[in-house]
Design a binder for this molecule. Structure first.
Ligand SMILES: [Zn+2]
Ligand SMILES: [Zn+2]
Length: 132
């Protein structure tokens, strides 16, 4: 069981599914959404994930995706693509124990900031991961 939530504690979640696709995403949309150099994500089956406290706020961040965040403190929490309706991506650093779920690859590196050093030894994808 993975548990996490936002900075202020209003929003909490739990995931019972086995996490996969742990990644550092260097795309410009994640960067802007988080106000951070890149965002670390993991994925779980949507059916095995639920919010357990306040319902987070949501917005369409592109024509095919919804991002959720705490309506009180703004912590970015999740990403759901219309193209992968069985899956939800969750921000690793909103976990209670993010140290337990390190990134397994790095994606969208073509748009990484020039002052960000990529992790040596991790598979690197200039665009989306190609071995879904
Ligand atoms: Zn909050
Ligand atoms: Zn991204």
């Amino acid at each position: 069981m993975l548990t996490g939530g936002c900075l202020c504690g209003a929003t909490r979640y739990e995931a019972t599914g086995t996490p996969y696709h742990q990644t550092n995403c260097h795309c410009g949309m994640c960067r802007r959404a988080a106000g951070a150099a890149y965002v670390t994500w993991f994925s779980v089956p949507r059916a095995e994930f639920r919010f357990t406290a306040a319902t987070p706020a949501a917005y369409r961040s592109s024509a095919h995706a919804t991002r959720r965040f705490c309506a009180t403190c703004g912590t970015p929490l999740s990403f759901e693509s219309d193209k992968h309706q069985d899956e939800i991506d969750v921000t690793t650093c909103s976990l209670d124990t993010p140290e337990a779920l390190p990134p397994a690859d790095q994606t969208r590196t073509a748009t990484r900031l020039p002052w960000v050093t990529l992790e040596p030894g991790l598979p690197t994808f200039p665009e989306a991961r190609t071995n879904r």
